[in-house]
Design a protein around this ligand. Structure first.
Ligand code: FES
Ligand SMILES: [Fe+2]
Length: 334
């Protein structure tokens, strides 16, 4: 079996804290992969089928830094090189993937394939949260939701636009061969006073949601901030990275990194409040999106037949690039 093309891109697959002494199975586009910790805590990522007689390796255990297949006891190191206890001169190789641990996440890709690493910690921001969500819907439909702001007036509790002023929202689309950018500016929806006060927002601030979607792998980087009516930018800004993985048919998982601009002294110690509050807000907004997406009448990713609005300008461009870049990377550079 050839290595799957989509795995020519680095994918975040598991929080580091989710992998300890026992192997863990993850799934990407219907491919089962087992992760385990070997020598010096380095990560092994192998196809979750023993090359001997296809037993699930995730059911095995770790001994002497090797993953032991539960069926006949073949022993694999993190590179997939196997030892056969009853035929010591014979070699066996399990399909292995490159795996690294960075920013609290385990990332994998096809072995020995060059790929640009898609994530780095942003300067001038501090990490607020790293969240993992599963949504029962195909990836393109999930990504559609994260590629327009029209739903934010209805679905979101906090990060979004005033339902009465949707027609005033300014939208700018910019595309390149490898990315799709959408800039949105409009009236921030009403939020509780405590949130407004702690983020130094005025009652009629504009909310700017400016994001770019990339396809190697599929992820979007959101810059979210507020301005007053004269265009002065408020100090507190958010940066959100969302990575989208398809696991099995009609299932998508999200890894979300949330950052906020650093405030060295805070406002009356409110930093203590803002961090947990923003974490809750992020989780709440994604849960609300999830609920809505899972209730779609039809979950076909087909775009034909949808009556798209001015807010949906990015959708077609995004679908094209998923096909061209994510699914057939060899035709494109990163
Ligand atoms: S199937 Fe794994 S050792 Fe036989
Ligand atoms: Fe949303």
């Amino acid at each position: 079996m050839a290595p799957p093309d989509f795995l020519n891109h680095w994918h975040p697959v598991l929080k580091s804290s989710g992998l300890r002494k026992t192997p863990v199975k993850i799934r990407l586009n219907d491919t089962d992969i087992v992760l385990f910790r070997g020598e010096f805590d380095r990560i092994g990522a192998l196809l979750d089928a023993c090359p001997h007689r296809r037993m699930q390796l995730n059911l095995g255990c770790i001994k002497n830094d090797r993953l032991i297949c539960p069926y006949h006891g073949y022993e694999y190191n993190i590179s997939g090189e196997g030892k056969i206890p009853g035929s010591e001169n014979r070699k066996i190789q399990a399909r292995n993937f490159d795996a690294i641990e960075r920013s609290g996440i385990i990332w994998i890709k096809n072995a020995n394939v060059p790929a640009i690493f898609p994530f780095h910690e942003p300067d001038g921001y501090r990490r607020i949260a790293l969240a993992h969500h599963k949504i029962k819907a195909p990836l393109p439909l999930v990504l559609d939701n994260f590629s327009e702001v029209e739903h934010t007036s209805q679905v979101h509790a906090f990060l979004g636009y005033d339902a009465e002023k949707m027609n005033e929202i300014e939208i700018k689309l910019e595309t390149s061969e490898n990315s799709v950018r959408l800039f949105n500016k409009g009236q921030q929806k009403k939020v509780p006073g405590i949130i407004r006060w702690s983020l130094n927002l005025g009652t009629s601030d504009y909310f700017i949601d400016d994001w770019t979607t990339f396809f190697s792998p599929i992820h979007a980087v959101y810059d979210q901030y507020w301005t007053d009516l004269n265009g002065n930018v408020r100090k507190d800004k958010l940066k959100v990275y969302v990575f989208f993985n398809s696991t099995v048919e009609n299932q998508t998982e999200l890894f979300t990194f949330l950052y906020m601009t650093t405030r060295p002294f805070g406002k009356f110690g409110l930093n203590l409040f803002i961090k947990p509050a923003m974490k809750i807000i992020l989780n709440m907004e994604v849960q609300r999106d999830k609920k809505m997406i899972e209730q779609l009448a039809e979950k076909t990713p087909e775009i034909k037949g949808m009556k798209l609005s001015r807010f949906d300008q990015a959708l077609v461009h995004i679908r094209n690039r998923i096909e061209k870049i994510y699914l057939r990377k060899e035709n494109h550079s990163n």
